[in-house]
Design a protein. Structure first.
Length: 390
């Protein structure tokens, strides 16, 4: 056992020396993930996009319609940038990208409303910018409903309905909204908890495959295999442990930044979500070794890791439910560390369930960590006989 530990330690020191001569390695492992963390949390530091440009076409221009426009301008997400004289002008402004939506009030709207002739007001959003269009659509729809209620209220008051009865007629049922887990509807909480770890796991997979294949590229694979006592297990363990420690440090920094500095929702102990991240780091490295064992070339293993890493962001289920995807993608997701991290994050951090309810994802990650065992013989043969293939 002492000899095994000594060999692993010696190979690890050898790897650290390689890092010291190639600063790009440390940039990929340390600086790139931290830059991603700072970038994504900074652009969404307000939690949700606010005061997005919107236009108004008020052809009626009465006291009632001006009141409706003021209501729209008071909405959280809406910033009325311009008043346009016609529908055509507003449409062209939206096509030029100057505004994301506009509110259209035709002529005689107030007159028709007071005469109970059902006037129509409309709004238009550009879903070329999906988030902006969706958020503005919510504000515009709310304003439209409030406008209808305001006109109805004025009409009822004109007919002598007592003020004490108005709200019972206008809004007989009061709706209360209670968002669970992410109660502030913070986009940063929703996106960054998956995007940042997803990019980290992608970097881990690509870089792990690269550092293993690099030995063949420079022709030092037999030297490494000799130091390892001709054991592929020892060679891989010694080569990967320095970068594994750095990846674990990054996971801890990310979680501390999210849950202690930014105060993202966390309903379990911080150590539990950190352990989930560390397990996903090991699983990502295991997948990279597995892919290298399949292809045994630097180029193909890195390409496989890149493709898999990008696909797992799509199939993890945080933007589109996995259960609505084709069965083949549902099976594929079981191999995705990011999918299991997402499930653990929702299960533990957001909902605060007991750990026993997270066992499918934990078992799946442990199985993924064992995948390299199936490739140790192939990698050992590659150490002995295979030369570098561009």
């Amino acid at each position: 056992m002492k000899e095994v530990i000594s060999r692993i330690w010696k190979i690890g020191i050898r790897e650290i020396k390689i890092f010291s001569h190639r600063p790009m390695y440390l940039f990929v492992i340390l600086i790139a993930p931290l830059l991603c963390l700072i970038y994504f949390t900074t652009i969404m530091q307000k939690g949700i996009p606010v005061k997005m440009p919107c236009g108004v076409v008020d052809e009626d221009n009465t006291t009632t319609t001006r009141s409706i426009v003021r209501i729209l301008g008071a909405m959280q997400n809406t910033d009325i940038k311009a008043h346009y004289p016609s529908f055509s002008d507003a449409r062209k402004a939206m096509q030029r990208g100057e505004i994301y939506a506009f509110f259209y009030i035709p002529r005689n709207t107030t007159e028709k409303a007071l005469a109970s002739r059902k006037p129509e007001i409309s709004f238009y959003t550009s879903d070329s910018w999906y988030a902006a269009g969706s958020l503005l659509m919510k504000d515009l729809q709310t304003t439209s409903e409030l406008a209808g209620l305001a006109v109805t209220k004025a009409s009822l008051e004109g007919r002598g309905v007592p003020s004490s009865m108005l709200m019972g007629i206008l809004q007989p049922i009061t709706i209360e909204t209670h968002p669970l887990s992410n109660s502030t509807l913070n986009y940063s909480v929703y996106l960054n908890n998956i995007v940042v770890p997803g990019l980290l796991f992608l970097i881990i997979m690509i870089f792990t495959a690269y550092t293993i294949g690099y030995e063949w590229k420079v022709g030092t694979q037999k030297e490494l295999f000799s130091i390892a006592g001709e054991s592929s297990t020892i060679a891989l363990a010694g080569k990967l442990w320095p970068q594994t420690l750095l990846y674990c440090l990054i996971v801890v920094l990310i979680d501390v930044y999210f849950y202690k500095y930014l105060h993202f929702p966390l309903n379990v102990s911080l150590i539990r979500i950190i352990c989930a991240g560390l397990l996903c780091v090991f699983a990502s490295q295991a997948l990279a070794v597995f892919f290298f064992g399949i292809f045994l070339t630097l180029r193909m293993s890195m390409s496989a890791c890149s493709l898999f890493g990008v696909l797992q962001i799509s199939v993890c289920g945080f933007t589109f439910p996995l259960t609505a995807m084709k069965p083949v993608f549902q099976y594929f997701a079981w191999l995705s560390p990011l999918r299991h991290y997402y499930m653990l994050y929702v299960n533990q951090a957001l909902n605060g369930f007991k750990l026993v309810y997270a066992w499918p994802s934990i078992v799946a990650l442990l199985v993924i960590c064992l995948l390299p065992l199936t490739m140790l013989y192939r990698i050992a043969q590659a150490f002995k006989y295979q030369e570098y293939k561009p």
